[in-house]
Ligand binder design. Structure first.
Ligand code: SF4
Length: 64
């Protein structure tokens, strides 16, 4: 699985973390980041739902 995050677009709403806390977190500025070792989406089966949960389309997930 491939996760692309656009931190310039992120507004810190936190829906990604609420949806898939096993892979996503927020940095000190509240912006989206991936947990170390989970850049490929391992650790949370709900990663695929994050793009739909983010209000500003800052996360893209693909299967490759
Ligand atoms: S849900 Fe979207 S806007 Fe909110 S923290 Fe995550 S990536 Fe950023």
């Amino acid at each position: 699985m491939r996760i692309i995050i656009d931190r310039d677009r992120c507004i810190g709403a936190g829906q990604c973390v609420l949806t898939a806390p096993g892979a996503f977190t927020q940095d000190d500025d509240g912006l989206v980041t991936l947990l170390p070792g989970h850049e490929d989406g391992t650790g949370d089966p709900n990663v695929r739902y994050v793009p739909g949960a983010c209000p500003v389309q800052a996360v893209t997930v693909s299967d490759d």
